[in-house]
Design a binder for this molecule. Sequence first.
Ligand code: GLN
Length: 507
Amino acid sequence: MARGGFFILASFPSLLNKMINASLKQLADQLAAKKISSVELTKLYLDQIATHNPVYNAYLSVNAKVSLAQAAAADERIASGNGLPLTGIPIAQKDIFCAKGWRTTCGSKMLADFIAPYDAHVIEQFNRAGAVNLGKTNMDEFAMGSSNETSYFGPVRNPWNQKAVPGGSSGGAASAVAARLCAAATGTDTGGSIRQPASLCGITGIKPTYGTVSRYGMIAFASSLDQAGPMAKSAEDCALMLNVMTGFDERDSTSLQREKEDYTRDLTKPLAGLRIGLPKEFFAEGLSSDVGARIQEAIAEYRKLGASIVGISLPNTKLAVPVYYVLAPAEASSNLSRYDGVRYGHRADEYTDLADMYEKSRSQGFGEEVKRRIMIGTYVLSHGYYDAYYLQAQKIRRLIAQDFTDAFKQCDVIMGPTSPSTAFNLGEKGDDPVQMYLSDIYTIAVNLAGLPGMSIPCGFGDACANNTAMPVGLQIIGNYFDEARMLNVAHQYQLATDWHTRRPQGF
Ligand code: GLN
């Protein structure tokens, strides 16, 4: 395509449509064949963002100059024959990852003016791959939330229905992928923040085994649970993203020293003989009937693909949410103590002495949900309560992990709903933290056990109050380091069905 081809492309809506709906592999092929340049592709997405972001609020920062410079470098690299699978592809980065020179807010007023002086390992990996950083996506403040409503920078809207939440905390990433405002995105998942928004926005996302992706430069929420992963239009795209994101990093003491894997290696394997475990606790009270029905239909599809179904039990499932809301706030209260207005973060304009400066800076810089977590965390760690809450929760965490170990003796993967309902409306659960916490009832245990989990679209729920049927996500949980198999299981379903290709009206 000629120089300035972007404008030509933009004036051909069908071509534009083809590009923004293309898979990562198709985009890479187009780039390699010089059908489009990375600069053109990046401009195309920047244009989409300029048009739609005022409504969806999916991005907190874009920097066209920086993104286009990366794209130009990628074009040169491709021309010289040194391109890699993601070279030249525009990727949205969750605003939890420090990216050198980029404002990195973690969705908080505390970091509203923070320009990261270095790159997170994840960002370095994408830079090495020659991908383009298209911008930083909105998120719940410090990744605490399930609706993206705790962001200091305002909520994100769900492209399927503007009145609905996109899920959280990686709500900006999910909305950006669903609205085709990026080719793919990164997210992080401490208790469900990749899988739940993926489910609510009808996209695919995977949280890998704890320790697979380095946490270096990823702003910490609950360090023993936090894990980054990809959010994209398909399992195949997630596999390509994961190939870039994973890898040992000595700067994260929990990063695992393992051989680099090719996560696409098993995508095409047939599923005959696959044993799918269905935990009875995932289909009990609290699950919306429309979500339950879609999950059963997906399971029926898997039977057709040759899988067999095994009834299993994860007896401690009901304890996952209470255990998480002791442990995650405990770790958060410690991690967030660094924001004192001195070393990092917002500092109050006026104060009388040092203690007053800490108090004012922290009360002004943190939002309500973050303060709630800091208070819970400080309480459960305090002398006299530590044994009763924190230690007890640690013991139950172990039992929850053991439930999965026992279950995987009978099955290869576990399936169930990602979220108990489809996307709820903005403001609907804002006043009721416990209701909000229960949105992660099926995802949290996976983080407590350190296992990999993913969500893939598997249909639509009953029409909601706003008259739009919203996406339903099927959760696939795998054994430790079994990501390649999970991606295979997801990919085979996506070859047999077209739920993952459905997109919101207007995109
Ligand atoms: N919704 C959960 C919480 O609020 C999980 C968030 C996450 O995974 N980052 O803590």
